[in-house]
Ligand binder design. Structure first.
Ligand code: PMV
Length: 331
């Protein structure tokens, strides 16, 4: 009887508090700088991989549909790396997201963390240790390495494939921080993050950013350790605006923010500065706002957001769990 080479895994997406924007090595996704994130409890990708010696090519199903475009190619190229190290057979891959596609939530982060874990688990030879799993996730999409661990995570950028790994800073129960994703647009990005990393790497502001980033990194880690929301919020907002400035002033320019994003930022700052509501924001490579507050203020923040953006979908995340292997197979 032949062994079934099949396994399933789930992983949460993550939101960067200190951003990865700009790579030093494009083949291995080695970033210009270290970054820090929170794992997002409500943005989960589940993936099943089945290695099959009968297959003549990979079969990739995303959200229940077979894909033959760029997305499928990217999955196959990733499987090629695993094949280089392990077997030469092809695979059937099925993957679903708990969150709607195109919401600006980094599905490549949860996607490659779940794919890497499922693909290696399916080989049936035991999983590599957690640190090696972060390397495998990062080889698919840089930010995916931070989706292997639970809670609050640091990606030590390193300078090559061996040294570029992520590690947990604090578990989910360390701090009841919330991240409301305010979904303002579902339109695809005009400039992909891969292209954005290239533009950023040659941006003249990047040298100045790198100079002060080590100090900001230390301050963010300190604020996380001390559960100091006001300090963390101010640092994270500043970081988000700095990265947006680099994005929009690059060559070519990546203007991810929309009018509605800016309108909500003004509203949020007025809730904080005029009404005393302890709320801050961050942004990713897209128009959707990530609104940060402590759990004790989550209801008040939700009400504000619902009133200010009644048509926007809200996704309320807590610090999420680690990526796991399980038996809820999609194939
Ligand atoms: O992992 P990538 O190549 O999709 O890059 C993602 C970069 C940002 O999401 C914009 C920031 C980050 O650190 O996650």
């Amino acid at each position: 009887m032949t062994r079934t080479l099949r396994a399933s895994a789930s992983a949460c997406s993550n939101i960067a508090l200190i951003k990865y924007w700009g790579k030093r090595d494009f083949e291995w996704n080695i970033p210009l700088n270290d970054s820090v994130s929170m794992t997002l409890s409500e943005a989960v990708t589940t993936t099943t991989v089945e290695w099959d010696p009968e297959l003549k090519q990979d079969e990739i199903y995303l959200g229940g549909e077979r894909v033959l475009d760029q997305r499928g190619l990217r999955v196959s190229r990733y499987l090629d790396r695993i094949r280089e190290q392990y077997y030469r057979m092809h695979a059937r891959v099925a993957s679903v997201n708990s969150f709607p596609a195109g919401t600006g939530i980094a599905s490549s982060a949860s996607g490659f963390a779940a794919l890497g874990l499922a693909a290696i688990a399916a080989l049936g030879e035991g999983l590599p240790d957690e640190v090696e799993m972060t390397r495998w996730a990062r080889r698919g999409s840089g930010s995916a390495c931070r989706s292997i661990q639970a809670g609050f995570v640091e990606w030590v950028g390193g300078d090559d494939d061996a040294s570029s790994v992520s590690r947990q800073l604090a578990s989910p129960d360390h701090w009841d921080l919330r991240d409301f994703v305010v979904v303002l647009s579902r339109a695809p990005k005009a400039i992909s993050s891969s292209e954005g990393h290239r533009i950023a790497a040659r941006h003249p502001f990047m040298a100045a950013r790198q100079e002060h980033l080590a100090a900001r990194m230390l301050a963010v880690k300190g604020a996380l350790a001390n559960r100091d929301m006001a300090t963390l919020g101010a640092l994270v907002e500043h970081e988000a605006m700095e990265v947006q400035a680099i994005m929009m002033s690059g060559e070519p320019s990546a203007l991810y923010l929309q009018g509605e994003t800016i309108r909500l930022i003004h509203a949020l700052r007025s809730w904080r500065e005029d009404e005393g509501l302890p709320v801050w924001f961050t942004l990713d490579a897209g128009p959707n706002l990530h609104v940060l507050c402590e759990g004790s203020h989550a209801l008040a923040v939700r009400r504000k957001l619902e009133a200010a953006a009644p048509r926007a979908e809200l996704l309320e995340n807590r610090p999420g769990p680690a990526a796991t292997v399980h038996d809820d197979h999609l194939l």
